[in-house]
Design a protein. Structure first.
Length: 183
């Protein structure tokens, strides 16, 4: 089973990581895609990118525990959300892994193969520059799992987040949420 783990967050949130080993033929019959989603999928070039896209939607559906799959749409900034749902969602993929997060408050997740780059996620808007817009509280005890805080400030937008990171053998997962994490 490619589900590596599924964990709870404070106040009804959850996140999960999937080890992608399947082909597109595995995911397509397991997902009833809406017309808007099919249009988006058909724009994606490259088998690997299509499988990442499909696997993240499949994992999100599994995480929901619902029989009927929620339709995933994007807002004007390109941030995905579930149609007719109060839950915020975040999706990420890197090489052979995908990660999803869902909660009834602002959240973000990023999974990356161990390299120097970790992309923006919780802000969900365009043109975020880490040096000028993201301020992270220094971490005193750096370990495999740690918690800190960060602020995104760009123009009139300001939001404080709690940050948790997990360092695995070959991947790093970063979670961001409006409410505190508990290790």
């Amino acid at each position: 089973m490619p589900l590596l783990f599924q964990r709870e967050l404070p106040s009804r949130g959850e996140y999960a990581v999937w080890n992608i080993q399947e082909s597109e033929d595995y995911f397509r019959p397991r997902l009833t895609l809406a017309d808007l989603e099919l249009v988006e999928l058909n724009r994606i070039k490259g088998e690997g990118k299509r499988i990442e896209w499909l696997s993240s939607r499949y994992l999100l559906h599994r995480l929901s525990g619902r029989t009927k799959r929620g339709i995933l749409v994007k807002d004007k900034f390109g941030k995905p959300h579930l149609q007719h749902s109060p839950f915020q969602i975040s999706l990420s993929h890197s090489n052979d892994r995908c990660a999803v997060m869902a909660a009834p408050y602002n959240i973000g997740i990023d999974i990356q193969k161990k390299v120097a780059k970790i992309e923006r996620k919780a802000y969900g808007r365009k043109e975020l520059d880490f040096r000028n817009h993201l301020f992270v509280t220094p971490i005193n005890n750096i370990g495999q799992n740690s918690i800190t805080t960060a602020t995104i400030q760009k123009g009139d937008y300001r939001k404080d987040y709690h940050i948790q990171y997990e360092i695995g053998d070959d991947y790093i997962i970063v979670l961001a949420a409006e409410i505190p994490f508990q290790l």
